[in-house]
Design a protein around this ligand. Structure first.
Ligand code: KG4
Ligand code: ZN
Length: 336
């Protein structure tokens, strides 16, 4: 039996649609939202309006690029949550309407599970073997997962305050950089000295993470230095970015090493927006080489929010006949 699924992602500020056929990605179309840039963060009301404008052309393009027509679809998938409710409503309403019109199943997908399934988008020979560990590092979440089956994931530890992406974004904002700050810090850090400045490292037991202490340490450091020199940030942008990035990556890597030690699992992946970070990727590859891990990192286009990963989760759910009915509603908060 062959299975063709259309999936929609609209949890935050990217409208995306993808088509997966028998576990192989045929298309993945994205429309970002420039409208938030001048506000220094995502404005929920503007995000849902932009999703409304983008969803039809994005789905249309995803179907055309895949060479698939609406009657060929076996199911329609959508991100159920977590995310901005108004944004999620656009994707879920569209998916429900299309599925109802065609008389085909709908599949609601947990966005966090979707990020993990980005590791399956390069095809079976490049996907992690089960069981594997996945460190999910995004703008809203930072957690370590043990994956025993494609749909069976156990959280081993998670952040007790901010997410890693949030730490990047909030510290970048303190430096006067545009939103989202993560990629900007990554770029500035390329020419900076990662050991020029040092910031507080958290002391959190076990496999949980914390980033709020680092954020405060960064804020106080900038405040003190700016008193001495009003142009401190401008003069030290690259070293500040590199030192901040080094600290965040160090926090993440230490926990990843501990997770491997505790579980004995050496198939190790990273996923989520922050897994696009060049220093993190380099550190995971280097550590993996030293310690004999097999390392999996998604392609950059599948690290931040995208429908390809959501549709891959839907494919695994389809195989298990995990379908939803028309009463399903989106959820702003959802755990794994
Ligand atoms: O996974 P994602 O697209 O959205 C959530 O589900 O949260 O992640 C977005 C986060 C933002 O915080 C952004 O700054 C961060 O990923 N990010 C990066 C990089 N690219 C995106 N952080 C550090 N370095 C990058 N290259
Ligand atoms: Zn995400």
């Amino acid at each position: 039996m062959s299975i063709t699924i259309l999936g929609i992602e609209s949890s935050c500020d990217d409208t995306s649609a993808a088509v997966v056929h028998d576990g192989v990605l045929l298309s993945n179309v994205m429309a970002g939202q420039e409208v938030h840039r001048k506000y220094g963060g995502v404005v929920p009301e503007l995000a849902s309006r932009a999703h409304q404008q983008h969803i039809v052309p994005v789905v249309d393009m995803a179907l055309r690029e895949a060479g698939v027509e609406v009657p060929d679809l076996d199911a329609v998938a959508f991100t159920r949550g977590p995310g901005l409710l108004g944004s999620l409503l656009v994707g879920s309403s569209f998916a429900k309407a299309l599925a109802l019109a065609r008389g085909i199943p709908i599949i609601g997908v947990n966005h966090l599970m979707g990020h993990v399934h980005a590791l399956f988008l390069k095809g079976p020979e490049h996907s992690p073997s089960l069981p594997f560990l996945c460190m999910l590092v995004s703008g809203g979440h930072t957690q370590l997962m043990r994956v025993t089956e494609p749909l069976a994931m156990e959280t081993l530890g998670k952040t007790i305050d901010d997410a890693a992406g949030e730490a990047f974004d909030k510290c970048a904002k303190m430096m006067g950089l545009p939103y989202p700050g993560g990629p900007v810090i990554d770029r500035l850090a390329q020419e900076g000295d990662p050991h020029r400045f040092s910031f507080a490292m958290p002391r959190v037991e076990g496999l949980d993470f914390s980033f709020s202490g680092l954020k405060t340490s960064f804020l106080y450091f900038l405040r003190d230095e700016l008193k001495k020199d009003a142009d401190f940030i401008g003069k030290n942008q690259h070293d500040l970015a590199a030192s901040l990035q080094w600290t965040i990556v160090e926090i993440l890597i230490q926990k990843l090493i501990l997770a491997v030690e505790k579980t004995g699992i050496t198939e190790v992946g990273i996923a989520g927006g922050v897994s696009a970070n060049s220093a993190l990727k380099e550190a995971v590859r280097r550590t993996g080489k030293q310690k004999g891990w097999k390392v999996y990192i998604p392609e950059p286009r599948f690290t931040t929010d995208n429908a390809a990963m959501i549709t891959m989760t839907a494919y695994f759910k389809y195989l298990q006949e995990q379908f939803d009915d028309q009463q399903i509603t989106p959820r702003a908060r959802m755990m794994l």
